[in-house]
Design a protein around this ligand. Sequence first.
Ligand code: BGC
Length: 777
Amino acid sequence: MRQPIRFRALAVACLGVVLGGIAVAQQPPSPPAPRAAAATVDQRVSALLARMTPAEKVGQLVQAGAFPGMDPAGAIRRGAGSVLWLNDPKQFNALQKVAVEETRLKIPVLFALDVIHGYQTIFPVPLAMAASWDPSEYEQAQAVAAREARAAGLHWTFGPMLDIARDARWGRMVEGAGEDPYLGAAMAVAQVRGFQGPSLGTPGRLIATAKHFAGYGAADGGRDYDPVYLPENLLRNVYLPPFQAAAKAGVGSFMSAYMDLNEVPATANRFLLHDVLRGEWGFQGFVVSDAFGVANLITQGAAKDGPEAARRAVNAGLDVDMASNTYGQHLAAEVQAGRVSMATLDAAVRPMLAAKIRLGLFEHPYVDEAAMAGVLADPAHRARARRAAQRTLVLLRNEQQALPLRKDVASIAVIGPVADSKADTEGSWMVFGHQPAAVTVLEGIKAKVGAATTVIYASGPEIRRDIPSMFDQFTGAPRKPPQTREESDAAFAEAVAAAKGADVAIMVLGESANMSGEAASRASLDLPGRQEELLEAVTALGKPVVLVLINGRPLTIPWAAEHVPAILEAWQPGSEGGHAIADALFGDVNPGGKLPVTFPRKAAHAPLYYARVMTHQPEGTPRYSPRYWDGAEAPLFPFGYGLSYTTFAYGNLKVGAPSMAVGAKTTVSVEVTNTGRVAGDEVAQLYIRQRTGTDTRPRRELKGFSRVTLAPGESRTLTFTLGPEELRYWSTVARKVIQEPALFDVWVGGDSNASAHGEFEVTAAATGRGAARPEAK
Ligand code: BGC
């Protein structure tokens, strides 16, 4: 079994003491790294490699954890090439000094940490960022995260997480872009660019990591770490595209996943790490295991001991051993015995050295401790976080224009356990050591309304996990005993009374931060605790009620979807979340986000996603019957869904080339009009269906999108391109990627039920020998 609990506990416990005894004066500032030309980098790597002993090479592949008993300074003296889970510039400089002054070859170390949605300025969680359908917003958010983290002395982030997730029970859905490979790939590229800049070594940026390679999101039953069984077509058509896009965008590193993929641990999966990643995609960077992944090979039944685990992992293409020190203990001996070739070892070390050269670490190994505060205090970062949060908001319901609210309302009751929680507003996956400092929804509302408006707050009954999280220690929150029934009843009554005395009730409900993320799967997707009961009691008062959801995954809210007039999905919105939500509630911002994931009616409907294949009895046909007799499985809210304070109409859909050959491209244009009275954003989404094929194809697949802002009455013609990139797929029958002659439907609209329709035909490509034939059949 992996050892996260001990690892994390120790990491926290030892912060500040691991370097006992090493005193280092503040280091001189490091000017921006010059960008090294590729040829020079290769030559420098070769020259360095030629001077390294096998043990020194192995050291570069050892990533030391920073906790007592593991002693990172000692690990660096023994050659460790990188360190994870520290977050303090002073400590970074102290450790770097050990590397560049005490080791024979003076190779600097890389400092790595999970910077997932912000370092100090926290952006909305990744699932929320995907709801913006705005890759450029995401790129800029991760550029801010990189700038802050780099100023703090970090070099390498373990993000972006690119796991497609179609089962909302899986807690880590919050860390990714949702269910769709096309949206996921766009967000992957944006994040790689944001973290790394135009190329690895760009000043003020980090090395990004595409994780968890691959298939992790398809865990059996949505249970974290459980095995994954994916046939190759699903793997290649759905789960791999974001990774392939990241590789193409030049991501510096990959992280292997924890679980077995088709009964081969991803940590030692040569098909993934060697054949696909290096062989097919030409990836040049390095692959790191997930924490303790190499040692876990023994637990997972793939290796009998440490030497075999090290051998299997490195021979499969796993370069860096995160925290388990299995490489440190055994890899040199495996090389010595000839069970791992020197060529394999060199190939693993090269990209690590190249990254250090590209980052300019040999010339400027230290972080400027004095500069960090200025970077973190840059007001532009907070402004960017507010804008990002505004763009992630999804309006799920708005009957009779219940929203926006008037700012001069006399009294508002703000109710709910996450309404005034900084940690829950910032959300899942905080940087180690970070202190939550978000503007809560309560604070945002208070700041928005005038002095004449009374704002009353009541948290209602608490929510908490039935089984505590192994990450709770990081929040630093005192562990209060659970509320008694009496306390809970009193909190319930107080909340109802608050609503009774107010003109409007804003219910801020959802999940606490620790209810999603790693080891945070759920069997139910209902509002946890007594929140639904409270929502029903407050709604029964007959006052205007608005529901704001703060959560890291879809929740099953069929009652609310029928009875609560206004519902705003705000996800876990980050540092400026409260302001952004208030901006939308009171009409200063018009919500324009769209769901990156299907909202089911029941958790038991998982996995539920829009891109299902046709069946012999598809929806919409006369013989169609619901798949369960105890409640329709149709989504509560479909993928791509989201309302606005205005309305949009689609028309004039035109296909540029109604018939084209395999390999050619066509355009699809459509006119979008703002038919309402206020300006607003619409995300136009293009879906295709290949009507027949060698393999059956999904009833719809997203193949284009564009977020536009339109003034009232304004129309815009949007043009999308469809070509081989969008029309091909990996075929189970052909056992390769094919594009084939077929009839296609195309739809463009505001969600995955888009209705503006067109069609086109793809015909056989001319072979040049007079005959026309499909690429594969
Ligand atoms: C997670 C990774 C993370 C690593 C290092 C693991 O438990 O699965 O996503 O990058 O820890 O913190």
